[in-house]
Design a protein around this ligand. Structure first.
Ligand SMILES: Nc1ncnc2c1ncn2[C@@H]1O[C@H](COP(=O)(O)OP(=O)(O)O)[C@@H](O)[C@H]1O
Ligand SMILES: [Mg+2]
Length: 403
């Protein structure tokens, strides 16, 4: 097997360790400078050149895309994907993980805890955001890393001034987040490879610093994290679509609160703190998954006219609640249940005798016309009381649904 490591720094610890692990497993490996690629877009034949020459065939790619080159780096990874090459982390997942707001937006549909976060541009909305999260408040640049661009504002005046300076002065995109005081300057970095946490460390800020990043002087220690934290980290990485990820979590009053999911996690801190051979685990994952390169399932499944995929909840009054998949007759109506999500646990490929309950979420593929009939209609909206001069007996009923 031939593996390419996309990295701008062949000598850095993480790249070196990944390279060594490939060699130890008996694979051919090359570290390729991401910025030296040329992307050739041609109908039916996506190609890549490297340093001006046609790139040789590779079986797998380990992308190590730095924050400063996300755009070009993800374009290169995307090209490998078009060529059918397995990439440990797919390009779209890397792009999403780079933006703290986008990541939290994606996670927010699922049962993953994170600190209350508000993003706003308009002054009035910013003021409302500050009221909502209270003080002290955390203010963050959307694309900051290593703790740079994470500010703790002790009081409202300071928060307003920081927001004004960053948004209006420096024209930066920033978000406002509630400060999780319970974490006391500590966070947990869980390293997810495939579908499990293979190592975890606690990072603690020093002195009166609240940021626990190693680049801000934070210290690290090996920890065993309990099942709730493991499940949260794995689930967060899966939702983001990352197979190799560093999930940062705060210890909130009611359990884990995800801060961010890193798509090129550093190996040095975690391997030194825990003694776990992370690089070897990544290479082993590649060996297991190399024949399964990323495809856009939604796009592929929609290629046939009139068919598609959708996910919808089963409401208590649904015709599906309380029946087995077989009893629902979905198969006869040309719909297949791909998975059931129940209490944040996913049941893949459910058998036909599996019973469906209200509260389940179904991922289905099939005839759009049938799917449309299964998706619950949007909740009726309450209409506002309408100020009107019409005589009272003809006034519009304020509880009338729909508008
Ligand atoms: N809402 C928060 N409450 C408490 N501490 C926080 C919060 N957000 C960030 N921190 C601290 O700041 C550090 C850096 O924040 P993070 O969002 O991970 O940005 P970066 O990408 O720069 O690492 C975290 O590791 C954590 O210690
Ligand atoms: Mg971080």
């Amino acid at each position: 097997m031939r593996i390419a490591i996309l990295s701008r720094s062949p000598r850095c610890y993480s790249t070196r360790r990944l390279r060594e692990a490939c060699v130890a497993a008996g694979y051919e490996v090359k570290v390729l400078d991401t910025l030296r690629f040329g992307i050739e877009v041609q109908e039916g034949e996506p190609k890549l050149s490297f340093r001006g020459k046609r790139l040789r065939d590779y079986d797998a790619v380990i992308p190590r895309i730095g924050a400063s080159m996300t755009f070009f780096g993800t374009a290169v990874v995307r090209q490998f994907e078009q060529m059918g090459v397995y990439c440990v982390n797919p390009s779209h997942a890397i792009s999403v993980s780079r933006d703290k707001l986008r990541s939290i937006q994606v996670l927010s549909r699922h049962r993953i805890g994170f600190p209350t976060t508000v993003f706003a541009k308009d002054k009035q909305a910013v003021m409302a955001a500050l009221t909502r999260v209270g003080t002290p408040a955390i203010i963050k640049l959307l694309e900051g890393t290593q703790g740079i661009g994470v500010i703790l504002a002790d009081n409202r005046k300071m928060a307003e001034a920081v927001m004004e300076a960053l948004q209006e002065g420096a024209k930066q995109n920033v978000l406002v987040q509630s400060f999780v005081a319970e974490s006391r300057g500590r966070d947990i970095r869980a390293l997810v490879v495939g579908d499990r946490v293979i190592a975890a460390m606690r990072r603690s800020a020093v002195g009166d610093e609240f940021r626990s990043n190693v680049h801000r002087g934070g210290t690290v220690e090996n920890i065993e994290i309990d099942e709730e934290y493991q499940r949260c980290a794995v689930h967060a990485a899966q939702i983001m679509g990352l197979r190799f990820a560093g999930v940062d979590m705060l210890e909130g009053p009611d359990g884990p609160l995800v801060l961010e999911v890193n798509s090129s996690p550093g190996l040095e801190g975690i391997e030194r703190a825990t003694g776990v051979d992370v690089a070897q685990a990544v290479v082993q994952l590649i060996a297991e998954e190399v024949l399964l390169p990323e495809i856009d399932i939604r796009q592929r499944l929609s290629l046939r006219n009139g068919y598609g995929v959708t996910e919808f909840p089963i409401l208590p009054n649904s015709e599906l609640a309380g029946k087995t998949i077989q009893q629902t007759g979905l198969r006869d109506r040309d719909v297949i249940v791909l998975s059931i999500t129940r209490d944040s646990v996913t049941i893949p490929n459910p058998r036909s005798d599996r019973e469906l309950y209200a509260g389940d979420s179904l991922l289905c593929y099939g005839k759009l016309i049938t799917l449309r009939g299964l998706v619950p209609p949007p909740k009726p909206r309450k209409t506002k009381k309408v100020k009107t001069r019409i005589k009272p007996e003809r006034a519009i009923d304020s509880e009338t649904p729909g508008d």
